[in-house]
Each structure stands twice: as structure tokens, then as C-alpha cells.
Design a protein around this ligand. Structure first.
Ligand SMILES: Cc1cc2nc3c(=O)[nH]c(=O)nc-3n(C[C@H](O)[C@H](O)[C@H](O)COP(=O)(O)OP(=O)(O)OC[C@H]3O[C@@H](n4cnc5c(N)ncnc54)[C@H](O)[C@@H]3O)c2cc1C
Length: 340
């Protein structure tokens, strides 16, 4: 059980800056994100694209912005709980009790939901009754490539993830790449590389094919694929990897009893509190008249939500507004040495 002042749901740019705003006023935060990496949309959807409207930074990529935001919160030594999705919330005296899908429990007087467009989840195979193989023989991401060493691996998908893993795993495994179209969607370089590996006999490519069935009791005994004319072929595989992109789901947060407006959470713009005391929503996931889905708007929202969290986390203390330039106490929290 982890006790903290604020649980931040979402490690996108807005969640990260909220951690900073909490940190400078002396509040401790823990951050949970369903993804295996920090940065939200900036890292998952456009790591190398330049952004031109972050105040004071004429140009930076999604990756660079994430790096700078992490650098800025370094003094607070924040714990990140990645690959974890928040599931349930219940009231426990003055606190919220939040559980994750990995059965971790957080106790906090405040929750800041910075969940963006929802948790990113892999689009799965449409095939029936194959859940029993998930995370045993069927995977939608690769945590440790050595798991597949010297095995027969069948990779489905036509985008960069499918191509990159086909290239990488071809060095240590027997790879068959299956895609429902003849053309791949990946970068020119990756497509060329995959075709070269095929020529050299280092991988097999099956197009235009898609999954038909996956058979087996505990492990996969056989998989079949079908082409556009429903012609069936059998493939031998120990493991199956599917890379069909990500879908965004509001997921369990939709069951928390919060007011919802389609997939967003209405908030009070004075403090970005939802209809539940101590639960705040900031960034892309919140809505209010005039809301702009921009990173800079999320930064402002996080600053106000953080101050509201202070009142609930430190009910006996008075919050004092201070500038970072002149506040001795903020500088101490940031680990900056002063001469006064
Ligand atoms: C291609 C593209 C270009 C863009 N360009 C710009 C631009 O130039 N300027 C600009 O200002 N904005 C731009 N945006 C928009 C900007 O990326 C978003 O406004 C910003 O990412 C919102 O930040 P966020 O932290 O609110 O959410 P996100 O970045 O979406 O992060 C939310 C995080 O919360 C996690 N999460 C959600 N639900 C859960 C849950 N239940 N449990 C655990 N984790 C959860 C998600 O996995 C995700 O990592 C662009 C967006 C795209 C797609």
C-alpha cells in the first residue's frame, strides 16, 4: 500500500508538469501510466515531430519535450508505475483508495487525472477464444526479446512496430511476417530491409494474409492464415506477436461516478476539480467552455489543480503564493543552493 499526497494518473506532458507544480509547493506525487514509457502522446504518437508552441521553446520534438519535463522534476524523485492501469476508486475516510490492474493500492487525499485521450491499449486479434494464450504465447508488445530466442515467431502487422520487430527478431529467431495487404506501411528503410532479409532467406513473408485460427490447449499447436480468397495455409509457430496499433480507451475511469461529457471529464475551471472532491482532471481529458487541447493549456490546468490539492493534503497549513525566482523554500525543494 502506497500513501502519497497526490496520485497522478497519466505520465503525458501534462501529468509530468503537474508533478513539478506539486513538488514546488511541497506535495509528494506518485504517477501511474498504462504505457511502458513516459511521455504520453508526445512519445507514443510523435516522438520525432517538432512542436512549435511550447512557451519559450521555439522548437522541440515530442521526445525532447518529455526529456526536459523529466529533467525539471528530477529533484522530486518521483516514482513512476508504468505498465499499470488504474482500475477502481473508493472513499476511505478523508482519502481515496485507488487500485491498479496489478493490484497495487494507493491511498491519497487527491487524484489528478491527466489521462489524455484515455489509456493506450493494443488493438487485439479479432479471433475467438484466444485470450488464454495472451501473455503466454500471444503478445502485443515485446518486453524481452530473448524470450523468443531460437523459437518460431509469427509476427502480424504492416506498420513500423511489426517491421522493426521482424528485423530485430530475425537475428535470433525463425520469423514469419504476415500482413493483410501486399504493401507495408512502415518507413521506406524498414520495408527495404525486410525485403532484403526475405531475399536472403532470413525471414518468411506472407501477404496478403490474415489470421484465421489459433489452435492449442495450453500452448499454440497450430495457426492458420487465410488470403483474400479464403485460401487457408498452416504456419508453425511457438509464439505469435500482433502489432495492429493502439486504441485509446477511457477504460475503468468511466466507472468512477464522475460526470462525463462523451469521453471527457467536465471540470470547474477555478481548480480543475471534477464533481468529486479531491479528484481533478487536467489536460486533454478535461473539458470546460473554451477548452483548447494544447499542452500549454494543460500546464496551466496542472498549476491550479496542484494548489487545490494542497488544501486537502495539508488541511492545517495555509498555502502561500510564491514566485520560483524569489522563494527560498521553493529553491530548497529544487535543490538550488542560495547565498541567503
Ligand atoms: C500528431 C500530434 C501532434 C500534436 N502536436 C501538438 C502541438 O504541436 N502542440 C500542442 O500543444 N499539442 C499537440 N498535440 C496534442 C498534445 O499531444 C496533447 O494535447 C497532449 O499530449 C495532452 O497531454 P496529456 O498529458 O493531457 O495526455 P497524453 O499525452 O494523452 O497522456 C496521457 C497518459 O495517460 C495514460 N493513461 C490514460 N488513462 C490511464 C489509466 N486509466 N491508467 C493509467 N494510465 C492512463 C496514457 O497511457 C497516457 O500515457 C499533438 C497531438 C498529436 C497526436
Amino acid at each position: 500500500m502506497i500513501k502519497t499526497d497526490v496520485l497522478v494518473v497519466g505520465a503525458g506532458p501534462v501529468g509530468l508538469f503537474a508533478v513539478h507544480q506539486l513538488g514546488i509547493i511541497g506535495l509528494k506525487a506518485e504517477v501511474v501510466d498504462n504505457l511502458d514509457k513516459i511521455g504520453g502522446q508526445c512519445i507514443e504518437l510523435y516522438p520525432d515531430k517538432p512542436i512549435y508552441d511550447i512557451p519559450g521553446i521555439p522548437e522541440c520534438t515530442g521526445k525532447e519535450l518529455t526529456k526536459s519535463l523529466l529533467e525539471q522534476i528530477k529533484p522530486f524523485q518521483t516514482n513512476f508505475h508504468l505498465n499499470e492501469r488504474v482500475q477502481t476508486v473508493s472513499k476511505e475516510k478523508e482519502n481515496w483508495r485507488i487500485t491498479t490492474n496489478k493490484n497495487k493500492i494507493f491511498i491519497a487525499p487527491n487524484i489528478i487525472i491527466a489521462g489524455g485521450v484515455g489509456s493506450f491499449e493494443p488493438r487485439k486479434f479479432p479471433t475467438k477464444d484466444i485470450e488464454k494464450f495472451e501473455n503466454k504465447s500471444i503478445f502485443y508488445s515485446v518486453k524481452d526479446k530473448n524470450y523468443f530466442k531460437n523459437k518460431k515467431v509469427c509476427i502480424f502487422g504492416g506498420g513500423d512496430s511489426a517491421l522493426d520487430w521482424a528485423i530485430e527478431l530475425s537475428k535470433i529467431s525463425e520469423v514469419t511476417l504476415v500482413h493483410r495487404r501486399n504493401e507495408f506501411r512502415g518507413t521506406v528503410h524498414s520495408v527495404a530491409k525486410v525485403k532484403k532479409l526475405k531475399k536472403e532467406g532470413k525471414i518468411k513473408i506472407k501477404t496478403p494474409f490474415q489470421i484465421n485460427s489459433i489452435e492449442g490447449k495450453n500452448s499454440i499447436s497450430e495457426i492458420t492464415i487465410k488470403d483474400e480468397n479464403n485460401k487457408i495455409e498452416k504456419i508453425k509457430a511457438d509464439y505469435v506477436l500482433g502489432f495492429f496499433g493502439l486504441i485509446m480507451k477511457l477504460g475503468p475511469i468511466a466507472e468512477w461516478g464522475l460526470n462525463l461529457d462523451r469521453k471527457t471529464i467536465p471540470v470547474n475551471t477555478e481548480n480543475f476539480q471534477t464533481n468529486k472532491k479531491g479528484i481533478f482532471a487536467i489536460g486533454d481529458i478535461c473539458t470546460y467552455p473554451g477548452k483548447l487541447r494544447l499542452i500549454l493549456s494543460g500546464f496551466h490546468e496542472g498549476a491550479l489543480a496542484a494548489r487545490a490539492c494542497f488544501k486537502l493534503a495539508r488541511p492545517n497549513e495555509k498555502y502561500r503564493f510564491e514566485f520560483t525566482t524569489t522563494s527560498k523554500s521553493i529553491k530548497e525543494k529544487l535543490g538550488i543552493k542560495t547565498n541567503d
